[in-house]
Design a protein around this ligand. Structure first.
Ligand code: SF4
Length: 376
């Protein structure tokens, strides 16, 4: 198996990176069993990353490991065997149990049989209590099922049949992303053409909410920067077998959940000491990509520097602080309150923007950047 350069890796399309290759595992129904977790932990040679679409990335794989690791993960039930079908299985589901009325199976079957979809095309299935990430298509389950399109501004009751018609029409349109189809045709026309009856959206969903700490019948936790060691995954497997329902659930907020929990204190006591279990923890307000320590494009040791800032007592201002190894901004493509972008070992500063936006200041050391951040 040869690695590809690109930004949509999968189990069968590894991506070359600064620390070897990475494979992406897309958990079915946003969860892995304890035995699947142990298998991943045994196969991962280095860190495992959580993504903001609820996937797992195994980093640091050498080229000869790619094929056997992919086959072992396939045998563990973590992918579809056909690489083209697996590449289309870009479905983000809610991590905690919901009454999905067959939606996950229907959407998976629809994606499996689809053709003509771009590699990054994705669908989010969520609920008002568990809002998912932005996607080309979002289906929200509540009192009925509602469909929204990226950048759409309207909403429509939906069935599996009408969402299948929508996807079919979209694939035939030649557009790669739904936002482009919406810009050309309008969301109302696209939904109506699939047999839906759209109306203005009175309550657009917010961003995904982290579910951390003790919850009703569950417990949520986040490793720093969404990065966990293989042994941590094995620890969670043991915790969910002893105290949960036997599954580890992966949220699109770079966090994990164990459900079916009666003794939540036992889960908290068994976690690695530096994991985060409250949303107001400063570590939850800093995001950082691997930077120079894991990516060939990295121009600064972002995670290391973020840890230094936090260890020195730096507290991010309201909103997110994003340390990005380069202007691509992979860890947080949206705008953040402040962004430090690596530039040849130093940092540029952007406020209220994205990593690729024009900086306010450039060429700063970490100490200078920290002082500049403190100005507000
Ligand atoms: S933002 Fe740049 S350095 Fe960071 S992971 Fe993306 S490409 Fe690599």
């Amino acid at each position: 198996m040869s690695a590809v350069k690109g930004w949509c890796p999968s189990l069968f399309a590894p991506m070359a990176s600064g620390d070897g290759h990475l494979l992406r595992v897309r958990p079915f129904s946003a969860r892995i069993s304890a035995s699947q977790a142990r298998r991943i932990a045994a196969l991962a040679p280095a860190a495992i990353e959580l993504t903001n679409r609820g996937n797992l990335q195994l980093r640091g794989l050498a080229e000869p490991q790619l094929e056997p690791v992919a086959q072992a993960l396939l045998a563990a039930g973590l992918a579809w065997p056909d690489p083209a079908e697996e590449a289309r299985r870009n479905l983000c589901a809610p991590p905690l149990p919901v009454e999905d009325r067959g939606w996950i199976a229907a959407l998976e079957a629809m994606l499996r049989g689809a053709s003509g979809l771009a590699a990054k095309f994705g669908i989010t299935l969520d609920t008002p209590e568990q809002p998912g990430p932005e996607s080309d298509i979002r289906v929200t389950l509540g009192d009925g099922a509602l469909c929204r399109l990226a950048s759409g501004g309207v909403v429509a009751p939906v069935t599996p049949a009408t969402v299948a018609a929508l996807v079919q029409n979209f694939a035939a349109s030649g557009h790669k992303r739904m936002r482009d189809a919406v810009a050309e045709h309008g969301a109302t026309a696209l939904l109506a053409a699939a047999g839906m009856v759209p109306h203005p959206d009175p309550a657009p969903p917010g961003p995904p909410r982290a579910l951390l700490g003790p919850l009703h019948n569950a417990f949520g936790m986040a490793p720093r920067f969404g990065v966990l060691a293989p042994r941590d995954l094995a620890t969670l497997a043991e915790l969910t077998e002893k105290h949960g329902d036997g599954w580890i659930r992966i949220a699109p907020t770079r966090s994990l959940l164990i459900a079916g929990v009666a003794d939540r204190a036992a889960i908290a006591a068994g976690l690695p000491g530096d994991w985060v279990t409250t949303e107001d923890n400063p570590w939850r307000r800093v995001v950082a990509c691997p930077g120079v320590h894991g990516c060939a494009s990295g121009q600064a040791p972002t995670r290391q520097d973020a840890a230094i800032l936090l260890a020195q007592g730096y507290r991010p201002p309201p909103g997110l602080l994003h340390l990005s190894g380069c202007a691509k901004g992979c860890a947080h493509p949206a705008a953040a309150a402040a962004v430090l972008v690596g530039q040849a070992g130093r940092y540029a500063l952007i406020r209220q923007g994205r990593a690729g936006d024009p900086p306010l200041r450039q060429g700063m050391t970490l100490a200078e950047a920290a002082a500049e951040l403190d100005q507000r």
